[in-house]
Design a protein around this ligand. Structure first.
Ligand SMILES: C[S@@+](CC[C@H](N)C(=O)[O-])C[C@H]1O[C@@H](n2cnc3c(N)ncnc32)[C@H](O)[C@@H]1O
Length: 272
C-alpha cells in the first residue's frame, strides 16, 4: 500500500525491479522505427488544442530509461516531458544515464500532476503491471480530453521454435505474474468506456541475441526470476542454462537469438 492507503506496485514487481544496473545491461532497447511511431501517436492532435498543458508527454513505468533515452533522441526539441517510475533503484539508473531529465518516483495510481495537464501518456513494456480501474482512472484524470495513450511492448516472436519452446518452459516461474502475453491488460482496456482504440502496428523488434551466459543473465532481469529467494534463483538459472544447451537451436552454438516483434498501440481518452 502507498502512504495514502492506495494499493500501488504489486509485490512481485516491487521485489523484481530492484537492480537497475542488471536491467540496464541485459534488456534490449527500442528501434528508431518504433520510437518514431510512438512519438507520432503521442503527438496526434488532442480535442482541446490549447497549449496550457504542463506536459506534452508523461512516461509511466519508465524503469531504467530504456525507452526514455530513445524518446529524448528522437522527439522534437522543446517538448515538455515528465518521466515517472516507482522503483528508487531504477530511477537512480535512469537519472545517471539521462542527466537533467525531469523525473518523479511514483506509481501509476498516484501521479503528482493536476487534472487535464498532459497531452499524452506513454507506457513502454509495463502497462500489464497496472491495468486496473484505479490506475486507468488516474491516467484519465491527468490526460486532457482526447489525450493520447500509447502502449509499446517488445515481445517474443512465437514463429521461432526457440521462442515457442522457451515460452512453454518458462511458465512454471511465471505462474500468475502479469505479463503482456496473458492479454488481461487488453481485455481490461476493451471494457473501459473512457478509452478508445485508434490503431495498432507491429514492427520487427530488437533481437535478444547473445551467448547462453548473456541470455541467462537477461532472464534475471524478469521480475518472476529476480524476486525468487537466492537459492531458487540460482536453481532457475541453472535450469534455464540447460534449456538453452539442450535446445536444437542452442546445441553447440556460441550465440543464440530470440527474434522479437514490437507491438505499438494507440488509444485515446474520452471524458464524456
Ligand atoms: C519491464 S519494466 C519496463 C521499464 C521501461 N519502461 C522499459 O521499457 O525498459 C516494467 C516497469 O514497470 C514498473 N511498474 C510496475 N508496477 C507499476 C505501477 N503500479 N505503476 C507504475 N510503474 C510500475 C516497474 O517498476 C518497472 O520499471
Amino acid at each position: 500500500m502507498s502512504s495514502d492507503g492506495k494499493p500501488g506496485v504489486i509485490p512481485v514487481a516491487k521485489a523484481g525491479f530492484v537492480d537497475g544496473g542488471n536491467y540496464e545491461t541485459y534488456r534490449p532497447g527500442y528501434t528508431d522505427e518504433v520510437v518514431k511511431e510512438v512519438i507520432s501517436m503521442a503527438t496526434d492532435s488532442v480535442e482541446s488544442c490549447d497549449d496550457d498543458c504542463e506536459y506534452d508527454i508523461l512516461e509511466l513505468g519508465a524503469g531504467t530509461g530504456k525507452f526514455t533515452e530513445c524518446l529524448f533522441k528522437l522527439c522534437p526539441q522543446g517538448m515538455k516531458v515528465l518521466v515517472t517510475e516507482p522503483s528508487s533503484d531504477f530511477v537512480k539508473t535512469l537519472e545517471e544515464k539521462n542527466p537533467g531529465v525531469n523525473t518523479r518516483q511514483c506509481s501509476a495510481n498516484n501521479i503528482p500532476l493536476p487534472d487535464n495537464s498532459v497531452k499524452a501518456i506513454i507506457a513502454a513494456q509495463c502497462f500489464h503491471w497496472f491495468a486496473n480501474d484505479e490506475n486507468i482512472t488516474e491516467i484519465v484524470r491527468v490526460l486532457k480530453p482526447g489525450g493520447n495513450f500509447v502502449l509499446v511492448w517488445n515481445i517474443l516472436d512465437e514463429k521461432s521454435l526457440l521462442n515457442a519452446d522457451f515460452q512453454k518452459f518458462i511458465l512454471k516461474w511465471i505462474k500468475d505474474t502479469p505479463q503482456y502475453y496473458d492479454m488481461r491488460w487488453e481485455k481490461f482496456l476493451d471494457s473501459c468506456d473512457k478509452v478508445r482504440l485508434v490503431s495498432r502496428k507491429c514492427f520487427d523488434g530488437p533481437a535478444f541475441k547473445g551467448s547462453i551466459d548473456h541470455l541467462v543473465r537477461l532472464r534475471t532481469t524478469f521480475s518472476y526470476i529476480q524476486s525468487l529467494e537466492d537459492d531458487q534463483k540460482e536453481k532457475a538459472c541453472e535450469e534455464i542454462r540447460e534449456f538453452y544447451e539442450n535446445h536444437p537451436e542452442g546445441k553447440g552454438k556460441e550465440f543464440l537469438t530470440h527474434p522479437m516483434i514490437t507491438d505499438v498501440i494507440h488509444y485515446k481518452i474520452s471524458k464524456k
